[in-house]
Design a binder for this molecule. Sequence first.
Ligand SMILES: C=CC1=C(C)c2cc3[nH]c(cc4nc(cc5[nH]c(cc1n2)c(C)c5CCC(=O)O)C(CCC(=O)O)=C4C)c(C)c3C=C
Ligand SMILES: [Fe+2]
Ligand SMILES: [Fe+2]
Length: 337
Amino acid sequence: MARFSGLDKQTGHSARGKTGVLLVNLGTPDEPTPSAVRRYLAEFLADPRVVEIPKLVWMLILHGIILRVRPAKSAALYKQIWTDKGSPLLAISEQQQTKLSAVLQQHGHDATVHLAMRYGNPSVPDTLQAMHKQGIDKLVVLPLYPQYAAPTTASAFDAIAKELCKWRYLPALHFINTYHDHPDLITALANSIEADFAKNGKPQKLVMSYHGMPERNLHLGDPYYCFCMKTSRLVVEKLGLEKDDYVITFQSRFGKAKWLQPYTDATIESLPAQGIKDIAVICPAFSADCLETLEEIQGENRHVFEGAGGETFRYIAALNDNDDHIKMMANIVKPYL
Ligand SMILES: C=CC1=C(C)c2cc3[nH]c(cc4nc(cc5[nH]c(cc1n2)c(C)c5CCC(=O)O)C(CCC(=O)O)=C4C)c(C)c3C=C
Ligand SMILES: [Fe+2]
Ligand SMILES: [Fe+2]
């Protein structure tokens, strides 16, 4: 057998030269059941980009403890957010794919749009192989993480590289590594906050809650924290908010290590005692609503706030398939088509 995979002469040497856009997001279990969640978490948490502790020690902890306990608990949470179209993250990503494809066509670009999930399905290797067979040899990858982070963006790159390493005829490749300060992202976030304020009134505090990361990663050189700060600064400048109008926090802590601070849940719990009983929460690291926004913020953190004496809690949805968001994606990829 040949060492590198190639296409037969027919498909390999003619009808090529097509351009494809590949959207990548994190992924989600196939079903909200303990066995499907176990499969998903086993792949996710074994990724050395995600958990950076010595492999042997981590495999013992992961398989000995975490994968015995967490799947049942997480499956119960996934059940709460599951829809008739499946996991929100996947369903929303599919809508983004369809709409981006339509917008690029409208603008006269002859590029197809594809979707892959870093963990679970549709997988990165399956999607790339299908694109290869369709004659795509110009590839633009847009990982849907606005702020570069090694556990997310670099991990998406690893999965793509791992597949391409096996190919004989490599595509031209453009990999978008971050868009945390892209003007269209800032506009889309500001518009969505403004629409909420116009409809529901300006809250006493806007909480901008980002997915967390171990603090150690920041000291090792991951720019994620600084990129989150920049996204927030640009959005609040655009909205003309004052320092007291908002707070930046980090959610979804996993494990016992110190993660980026301040933590979302502790901050939200402390607000009512300071007289802040009316808040709106937005999660600018999530391009699609998912477990971490729908269950953790809209569910858990709402209870935390109300339990501490808070009165009005609003969650401002992720940008999902908003027109602004799709336009941003189109403008980000267009220069490379
Ligand atoms: C274990 C370490 C984790 C790091 C580091 C991490 C970073 C990180 N994650 C996202 C985006 C998402 N994470 C999601 C779920 C999720 N994340 C972790 C762990 C880490 N994430 C776990 C264990 C889980 C699974 C949920 C659970 O069992 O509790 C999701 C949602 C997936 C879904 O199906 O809805 C997203 C999206 C970012 C942006 C990030 C950046 C540093
Ligand atoms: Fe995560
Ligand atoms: Fe969570």
